[in-house]
Design a binder for this molecule. Sequence first.
Ligand SMILES: Nc1ncnc2c1ncn2[C@@H]1O[C@H](COP(=O)(O)OP(=O)(O)O)[C@@H](O)[C@H]1O
Ligand SMILES: [Mg+2]
Length: 269
Amino acid sequence: MGKVAALISGKGGTGKTSLSANLAAALSLMGQKTIVIDGDAGLRNLDLLFALEDKIKGDFGQVIKGQIKAEEAIMSSDSFPGLDILPAASQGHKFPVFETTELIRKFKNQYDWVIIDCPAGLGDFFRIAVNQADLLICVVNPDIASVQNGRKALAEARQHSKAEPFFVLNKVEAELLETGQIMSLEAIASILPAVLLGLIPYDLGFLKAANLGVLLMSNDEVAATVAIRRIARRLLGERVKIIVPRAEKKENQESQEKGFLAWLKKSFK
Ligand SMILES: Nc1ncnc2c1ncn2[C@@H]1O[C@H](COP(=O)(O)OP(=O)(O)O)[C@@H](O)[C@H]1O
Ligand SMILES: [Mg+2]
């Protein structure tokens, strides 16, 4: 029996989809059979991150309606063995409770991890996903609006869920945190009724990688992917210290750029 992790947030843009994709990839690299489900009906951001948008054969909505089998819609990642992706339903799709619940349960029996990238709004699918989840992972950024919205999403989720609540602080700039220029970890933790699962640095690599259709996790050396692998290890029950991750120093930007280009060249070989 696998575990279901529902990634939630109060509003869009905090990094749910980026984390869902990269965390699922990290888990698969650790030998975990993993499926990542795009729950954001209409937006379909997940298949873009895996550069699979041209290979879609069917979607979540068609599976729920019984038009096709789940196996026909699921795509396997070329770069991460053991990682499957289920594309999002089309816009306006309804999620009947029974069928949606059954599908998530079926995946739970087939995979070690079911990672659900939930929509930012609190609709039917959100409620069903958090209800089936073993873990809630609320993704917030270190600003008051994001944290307050995350708190609302957690409160709503917990009305429908007995899952353990966690949060991930994404887009962290270590220097700003350490010099008190942004909300402190203590202040954030006191607002969110959840346990801190990890911090991820602000890293433009997410954007660059997305534009190029390469998942950032393909580069195991950047601070952000190291941080996400620490989160994955924690999910697997390892005791991993919480640290404030440090993106590569600004003065190294030039060599970093070179490193990034070298990595891309390697990725496309
Ligand atoms: N740690 C990060 N550092 C910098 N940019 C990030 C980070 N995480 C996500 N992003 C960027 O933020 C934007 C929103 O991310 P996304 O994962 O789509 O958020 P959501 O799914 O919550 O709406 C994207 O452009 C993504 O590349
Ligand atoms: Mg998203």
